[in-house]
Design a protein around this ligand. Structure first.
Ligand code: ACO
Length: 322
């Protein structure tokens, strides 16, 4: 087996849908500001379910789509920046609950690039180890990391999970990739800084909420995403015009419009669902992919780019033939 393909896609979002107008009642913001600056109209927010519960639901939905037993699963990777615990990982939690006892399971932390990073890592591990089946999930409950008094971040994010099953195949599907990390820009977007506690001193436990320099991340995304897509296309030996769909991380519809313009590609090749979900970080590309497959937007044999960007800072594009 030389490559991997996607044999199932799925998504799950919490049932609670929160509108911009609802947020404007608890903070100094407006539907008009949020819509105009980001394209977001609503977001699904979790009251009770944590990240592993959303990931588990996606895992079950994915496994329902295949004909082999869960014990055939070799690998589980969950990309997340909002795990239930620092340990055990979300992946280990769901491995136990799915009874996927033959699967190696670990989480991957690359914020909004996490799903693309995880696809790349999963493919490499399947091929290197002569394994055959992987569950790759992006899952987030970002609402628990948000400072609900900070309008500059609180209005942007949503909760949800999406994922795929990857299986090895003889023919080529994974055509190219470009993964980058810009660690010197890490302080532009941070969440969950755990403080040192000293020894026998202060017994308090705390973490910092989500903080972002929106303008800098915007500049980063509009510069790096087009470059990353072009690099991955070159590696795939494809012209941009030969890519049927560009599935970008859903952080801001203006970023997506900017990238389409920079690449001189029509905007209708860039599916956008941020209006309903907001920014769901590592879950965003996976939710969008599942929707595009469900709605028949991506058809068998078509080529798509998955491109994520965000905390780290990181940026990652995968070119895939479905
Ligand atoms: N409602 C009303 N006004 C607001 C709000 C709000 N929710 N938030 C900020 N403002 C105000 C600001 O205070 C500022 O007011 P001032 O001009 O009086 O100072 C004004 O609106 C403009 O603020 P900016 O931050 O400059 O607005 P900008 O146009 O840059 O939009 C945004 C902000 C939407 C965050 C944009 O910068 C962006 O999308 N950045 C990229 C984010 C991103 O891509 N993140 C991806 C990674 S996420 C991850 O990795 C998890």
């Amino acid at each position: 087996m030389n490559d991997v393909t996607i044999t199932a896609t799925s998504k799950v979002v919490p049932s609670q849908l929160v509108t911009n107008n609802q947020l404007s009642k608890i903070m100094d913001t407006s539907d008009e500001w949020i819509r105009k600056r980001t394209g977001i109209e609503t977001r699904h927010l979790s009251n009770d379910k944590n990240t592993s519960e959303l990931a588990l639901e996606v895992g079950k939905k994915l496994l329902n789509q295949v004909s082999w037993p869960v014990t055939d699963l070799d690998l589980i990777i969950v990309a997340t920046m909002s795990p239930d615990y620092l340990t055990p990982s979300v992946s280990a939690q769901i491995q136990g609950k799915l009874k996927a006892q033959n699967a190696v399971a670990f989480d991957l932390s690359a914020a909004c690039s996490g799903f693309s990073y995880a696809l790349s890592v999963a493919r490499s591990m399947l091929l290197a180890n002569n394994w055959h089946k992987a569950l790759v999930i992006g899952a987030e409950v970002l609402s628990k990391l948000l400072d609900w008094h900070d309008r500059s971040t609180a209005v942007l994010f949503g909760d949800g999970a999406g994922g795929v099953i990857l299986e090895t195949r003889a023919e080529k599907h994974f055509l190219g990739q470009d993964l980058r990390t810009f660690g010197e820009l890490g302080n532009q977007l941070t969440a969950g800084h755990t403080k040192t506690n000293g020894v026998l001193k202060d017994n308090t436990f705390s973490y910092t909420p989500f903080q972002m320099n929106g303008r800098e991340v915007y500049r980063f995304a509009t510069h790096e995403v087009p470059r990353s897509i072009q690099t991955a296309c070159r590696q795939a030996n494809l012209e941009l015009n030969q890519v049927d769909h560009f599935l970008l991380h859903q952080a801001n519809s203006r970023i997506i419009e900017h990238v389409a313009k920079r690449l001189k590609q029509p905007l209708d090749k860039f599916p956008i669902n941020i209006s309903e979900y907001g920014n769901t970080a590592a879950a965003s590309e996976a939710i969008l992919l599942a929707e595009c497959v469900e709605k028949g937007i991506i058809k068998k044999g078509e080529t798509f780019a998955l491109s994520g960007f965000g905390g780290g800072l990181t940026c990652a594009t995968i070119i895939f033939k479905y």
